[in-house]
Design a protein. Structure first.
Lengths: 480, 480
């Protein structure tokens, strides 16, 4: 393999493979600031696609984007004790402005509940001002001390955070589910990654929430990755920040709130789930480049005819709104280009060589299966459209199979530990619903309850840890 | 006037009028952090429109978006002395991560040259890696100590910053102009604000640039507002950050660089230039809501017919991709709604009342002129499309007239000072090109040279300040 290619196999050294794919495909790079990363054009373009998809969904349901300050006064964070304790060890503090020390130190936002809700209290007077359904796309900072992992653990990352306020608990409950379903669609339909959805346990819920719902995906190394969360905040923050409204009967009430977010870590999940030994494999629906055309030059006159053909096909695909690039660089060989575009995960490569020219055909190479097919020149656009759909479906189905095969039902703690060590993945088990039991499992194995399914299943054994009567079936895993 | 309306006239107390329009139209609010603001949904939607327009332009010319870290180590800022001195008094410093003091303090980005170029040095090896044409949309922080002015002077604001690297000076020169022209188009064609374009003087150029080009608009209070800058950085930063490439002859060379940016202050300019005593007036091309339909309910059956009609028109306009809202809220009167949507600057209001219903017509009310016209129901979509164009043109022409009327040619320093005191605006004058003279004018009058036109005009008098021979004609003004 060349030095620009991936030098380890995915199934041999997953962690090193991941880092190489991220760096060599041009998705991201380490920043010259400790713990931080650079979102290069390739990953940022994916993020822009995701933003476009999610923005459309939330705007259609009446949400609006805004931007609140980066700075949060320490006193705001402290107002809600649980919240403060949850975040303060990870806060970056601004203590100087120019050459002067600040009177009160300012946190770089780890999340924006406190600053937004202090403002909601000012904006909301009556039921006429509700609901408020706002979202922002921004970066957040959490001062990680563990080793940096691109997209998954960096001191600064990108996300969206939605913050809504409602007149009733029921309306807020519906909001939580509406967003969770929107996330599920983005992740499954566009990123081609199947997820488990459900509630978090009391121990795992967001600091300050009534309850937390979440989406959990399974990575090929057997670790779960949380893909997004949607929280019912109840009246917890509204009581702390005094967010009251006059209802239709002129009675003062506290609002019911939700908050929800997903981050650029979902790009890390795309790399892990779909990538292979050749590099990145991108789902067509979020691929910044869906098709690359590589002309294979031959001799003088033929080369010219091939280039003309390549340009015709470029235009045909552009007309169909397919994101296509013609790689006509002279300084690189076709073979080098094949490797580069495979590394970058482009779903389809179109080759046009002397033989294709002669037979009025083009060759389509699939990134997901490496299968090559030839299609008639004038059927290229339709064939490409169809193939992009097929690739999208194939990637989802492969990931679905991975998820299913990674899920093991266990009835005893011995079995639990054995599966966790040998295979990892989701462990489906009956549980007594006692946090003490949950905590012991975490301490002893590193596995946590990733999700409690919305539809309660009947326990099929005693509690997997303590042996007492179980009250629910939950999914455990080690996680990123 | 109601307490929600604007209580001062634009031509009586411009500053207070501006603040009221920004706050009451729902564009923005003061944040509960000193010196910071909240970009509410109304202004953020305008910003999203601007992003969409500018992204399309720069992507078509081969630029790509990225995201670099918020944090810049102090040592990076210090590498380029001019740059450091220009920014350091305004830097917010992070000195603590969690509970631990940092080894090296980190600046919150005031601009990203240093961190990006340290990385460019790593990425660039050969001419094959060039040009690099990257842009990022982010917030930047400059620790202002002067009074906050929404959109114009806040400690954090939103912007885009482009950073390119090229093999030759000529290519970088072309890049500077390509971007300047893109800015001009965004500002004139979309924001309907005419600008003067040209170079900055040595004194006014960006810290570390070879030369700076800029766009200057005139506000109704006679002060200029810089709408964007595009800098030729020369090899200044590439020498400091050691950004070298092997050219086609295998010789090592330093890259030529540009950087360019515009900020959310352009939204402030839109408010100032187009707004009136009723509030905001938005150019149709960047208005998040271009048309509002206000049904005027009457009696039972008629009200229902009016609502049906309103919904039909809503759908017709939506089909034409017009951003339209039907305000069918029961809890507000039509009069209240008229005021609210006028305050928010929506270009066209469609009224549908009993009389319109009877005569199969609708009434269109223009926000810019308050003129009302009736059109046949089935011609609504076409009439609206045409009217939106007319409003866009009218706003630009009005602003153009303002710019022209605000520009005064002077030949003596007495005249200069008199015009500046009585009228403000741009002062066109001959100048000796000596920075000492420029500095004295600034000290004595507060006016600076806003722009040196690209096409040199022949001086029409001696230097307006020192009386020596003049070498060029420039535009002075006081500015925001």
């Amino acid at each position: 393999m060349s030095d620009t290619g991936i030098t380890v196999r995915k199934n041999e050294d997953f962690s090193e493979w991941y880092t190489q794919v991220v760096l060599k495909s041009g998705l991201a790079d380490y920043a010259p600031v400790k713990g931080c990363m650079i979102f290069r054009e390739h990953s940022y373009a994916i993020w822009e696609k995701i933003q476009e998809i999610f923005n459309k969904k939330i705007k259609e349901t009446g949400h609006r984007n805004v931007y609140f300050p980066l700075f949060i006064p320490e006193s705001f964070l402290k107002k809600e004790a649980e919240h403060f304790q949850g975040f303060v060890p990870q806060v970056a503090w601004v203590t100087m402005g120019g050459n002067s020390p600040l009177e009160e130190k300012l946190a770089i936002r780890p999340t924006s509940e406190t600053i937004m809700y202090a403002t909601y209290a000012k904006w909301i007077r009556s039921w006429r001002d509700l609901p408020i359904k706002l979202n922002q796309w921004c970066s957040v900072v959490r001062w990680e001390t563990k080793a940096t992992k691109l997209f998954l653990r960096t001191r600064e990352f990108l996300w969206q955070e939605g913050h809504t306020a409602h007149t009733t608990k029921e309306e807020a409950d519906r909001e939580v589910m509406e967003i969770l379903n929107a996330y599920k669609d983005v992740i499954e339909t566009y990123l081609a990654i199947p997820v488990l959805v459900g509630k978090k346990t009391e121990m795992e819920k967001f600091a300050g929430a009534l309850y937390t719902t979440a989406l959990e995906a399974m990575m090929p190394d057997g670790k779960a990755l949380q893909m997004g969360t949607s929280h019912q905040l109840g009246q917890h923050f509204s009581k702390v920040f005094d967010i009251k409204f006059l209802d239709k009967d002129e009675k003062e009430q506290y609002v019911w709130q939700t908050s929800w977010g997903f981050t650029t870590r979902v790009i890390g999940a795309v790399v892990m789930v779909h990538g292979d030994d050749k590099g990145l494999v991108l789902p067509p629906k979020v691929a910044p480049v869906q098709v690359v055309i590589v002309p294979i030059p031959y001799k003088g006159a033929e080369t010219e005819a091939i280039m003309t053909k390549a340009k015709e096909i470029l235009e045909k695909l552009q007309k169909k709104d397919i994101a296509v690039v013609l790689d006509d660089r002279q300084e690189y060989t076709p073979g080098w280009k094949f490797n580069q575009w495979e590394l970058k995960g482009v779903p389809i490569r179109i080759e046009i060589g002397p033989r294709d020219l002669k037979q009025k055909q083009v060759t389509l190479a699939r990134r997901d299966t490496f299968q090559k097919i030839t299609v008639k020149e004038d059927e290229t656009a339709d064939a490409v459209t169809k193939l992009l759909e097929e690739i999208q479906t194939n990637l989802f189905n492969k990931a679905k199979k991975l998820l299913e095969e990674s899920t093991t039902t266990v009835k005893s703690y011995d079995e639990f530990k054995k599966v966790l060590e040998q295979k990892g993945g989701f462990i489906r088990a009956s549980w007594c619903a006692d946090s003490a039991c949950e905590e012991k499992i975490k301490d002893e194995t590193g596995a946590t309850i990733r999700t409690v399914p919305f539809e309660k299943e009947k326990p099929f054994s005693k509690c997997v840890h303590c042996g007492k009567d179980a009250s629910e079936v939950v999914y455990f895993a080690r996680s990123y």
